[in-house]
Design a protein around this ligand. Structure first.
Ligand SMILES: Nc1ncnc2c1ncn2[C@@H]1O[C@H](COP(=O)(O)OP(=O)(O)OP(=O)(O)O)[C@@H](O)[C@H]1O
Length: 556
């Protein structure tokens, strides 16, 4: 340290998003913080409720380092837990609302959660998980139910017999006087996020107060969120803490519009009702919006910025969103990068390009946001950067302050993921001449046919441009001659028709012959709750169909 410099509480405070709430209550005290149906809280009330929650938690025995889990949709309690739990020094573990009892019991056991907060509509699945824990002689966590009306919800028959506490009653009976347990070190854990489990068993990703603070700010900045945004909660808060905007909205004193279920109708209604300025959604949500029947669509009251990510957005969908007047921001990241890690920063000189070209440029994943020091596409063995030629593929790697602390109880996996001083994403990409990164595939999804790499994302974007195609996913089908051939799973728009031959012909006219699907299956696509297609399910199906070569068609 330079002579004369000191480090003390006057000039150094560990970074934590808890500060966002403290400031929001001071600066935006009377402004709406959380709206849910007829209920509206102000920032002062939200802070008061979070402090009550923290004092209730400590009364229930929660202290620094404990894990508190929650299984709930985007309701006010879910939002409050993002502050109330860290205020006690504990770690918030948000569970995926689509998990079954078996998976929940695995995650509850792994996380060693002391308490689990459960929305009343998810009580049965949670109780199933607790029963499995008891059967395995693991002490189940205390169950706190969240009802809609302070413990007397008729939707929960005799809940008193099956749960330990009720959320609103806990809040009512706990004083708002609570001495916040600030992080001792800003690297202390704030949350535990299990990955979506698209390609493997979920891994417990540890977020720190510092990383959460920085990623929330970076995300607010690249979403052009000025003071007091009105944010519609279409992204599940359980997914990377709502892409860190649970905390980010507090940083800007915004209003959180909570909704229990997401549909095009609900989205358009809420946008009009609350004058939404920002929202987010995986490409499947955007697809839902652009395909909404005219009767459900409503004119936008003003500029609505939509952050998309979690899966590759097809240019066609981006194009249609802009046509409807939405301003789309494309970001890419992983649970391990606190959700958003990149942004496809828009350049003014692109404004004058044709709409389709603009969508193509925007479908690229872009470059690192402010919280990430460096993003690179590298050879995974030599760690050499690939040339910016738009062709050479490498693995996307991240380095910076918004990369996870590690995987909970899995040091080997942590060391592997962070080896060489970079976080290895497992995603394959190229770098374009302007430096922007374009994802080609997950390394587990890429198809290798006759020694050539086929980017399933590229084939899917061609399929999406077919007027009858609503959704599409491409996987490798084992083939005795080629190794693998592309197999497309397609869901058609209602009221349209297209046969397999036509789809194949359409792709062959727009792609090199070897990249066009050889097989087309028409059916609904299996999805995770975070909007990703479960390609492993489709791969199994394609495998079960057997090699085309044996059927004498593969050499076409
Ligand atoms: N904008 C995007 N474009 C393309 N793909 C994206 C984008 N954003 C996220 N992804 C994909 O999502 C992945 C991250 O997903 P997430 O961390 O939610 O869990 P998961 O990878 O689905 O789960 P698991 O690791 O258990 O399989 C990225 O590695 C990438 O493949």
């Amino acid at each position: 340290m330079m002579e004369g410099a000191v480090r003390c509480s006057a000039n150094y405070v560990p970074l934590t998003p808890i500060s966002f709430l403290e400031r929001a209550a001071a600066v935006y005290g009377d402004c709406a913080s959380v709206v849910y149906g007829p209920t509206t809280y102000s920032w002062r009330e939200t802070r008061d409720r979070c402090l009550r929650l923290a004092s209730a938690l400590s009364r229930l025995g929660i202290s620094r380092g404990d894990v508190v889990a929650v299984l709930a949709p985007n309701i006010p309690a879910m939002y409050e837990l993002h502050f109330g739990v860290p205020m006690t020094g504990a770690i918030l573990c948000t569970l995926n609302t689509r998990h079954d009892s078996a998976m929940l019991s695995v995650l509850l056991k792994h996380s060693e959660a002391k308490i689990v907060f459960v929305d009343y509509q998810l009580l049965e699945v949670a109780q199933g998980a607790l029963k499995l824990l008891s059967q395995a002689r693991v002490k189940p966590p205390l169950l706190v139910i969240i009802t809609e009306s302070g413990g007397s919800s008729p939707a929960v028959p005799n809940f008193a017999a099956s749960v330990d506490e009720e959320y609103e009653i806990l809040l009512k009976t706990s004083p708002p006087r609570f001495e916040i347990k600030w992080p001792v070190d800003e690297r202390d854990p704030i949350s535990l996020n299990y990955t979506s489990g698209t390609t493997s068993r979920p891994k417990g990703v540890i977020y720190s107060h510092r990383g959460a603070y920085l990623n929330a700010i970076a995300t607010v900045l690249f979403n052009d969120m000025t003071t007091m945004p009105v944010y519609l909660w279409t992204v599940p808060m359980f997914h990377c803490n709502g892409w860190c905007l649970t905390w980010g909205i507090a940083a800007q004193g915004g209003t959180n519009i909570c909704i229990r279920n997401v549909s095009a109708k609900v989205i358009f209604e809420n946008i009009a009702l609350h004058k939404i300025t920002h929202m987010g959604g995986a490409p499947t949500v955007l697809n839902m919006i652009v395909n909404a029947p005219m009767t459900e669509q409503k004119p936008l009251p003003g500029r609505v910025t939509v952050m998309t990510g979690a899966a590759p957005p097809p240019p066609q969908v981006l194009y249609k969103m802009e046509e409807l007047g939405f301003h789309v921001i494309h970001s890419y990241g992983l649970t391990e990068t606190y959700g958003p890690g990149t942004v496809c920063t828009w350049k003014p000189e692109w404004d004058s390009l044709p709409a389709e070209e603009r969508a193509r440029l925007k479908s690229r994943q872009g470059l690192q946001h402010l919280g990430i020091e460096e993003l690179d596409v590298k050879d995974p063995v030599t760690l050499k950067s690939v040339p910016a030629d738009g062709k050479t593929m490498g693995e996307v790697m991240f380095r910076g302050n918004t990369v996870m602390n590690g995987y909970y109880k899995d040091l080997n996996a942590t060391n592997e993921a962070l080896s060489g001083g970079w976080f290895r994403s497992g995603d394959l990409a190229v770098r374009h001449a302007d430096g922007y990164v374009k994802l080609k595939d997950r390394s587990k999804d890429i198809i290798i046919s006759g020694g050539e790499n086929i980017s399933t994302i590229e084939v899917e974007s061609v399929l999406f441009s077919h007027p009858a195609v609503l959704e599409a996913a491409v996987v490798g089908q084992p083939d005795d001659y080629w190794g693998e051939t592309p197999c497309a799973f397609v869901k058609l728009r209602e009221g349209t028709h297209a046969g397999a031959e036509e789809i194949i012909r359409f792709c062959r006219a727009r792609l090199p012959h070897y990249m066009a699907p050889r097989t087309v299956v028409f059916e609904d696509l299996p999805k995770t709750s975070t909007g990703k297609t479960q390609k492993f399910v489709l791969r199994e199906k394609a495998k079960a169909m057997g090699s085309l070569f044996n059927k004498g068609t593969s050499k076409l």
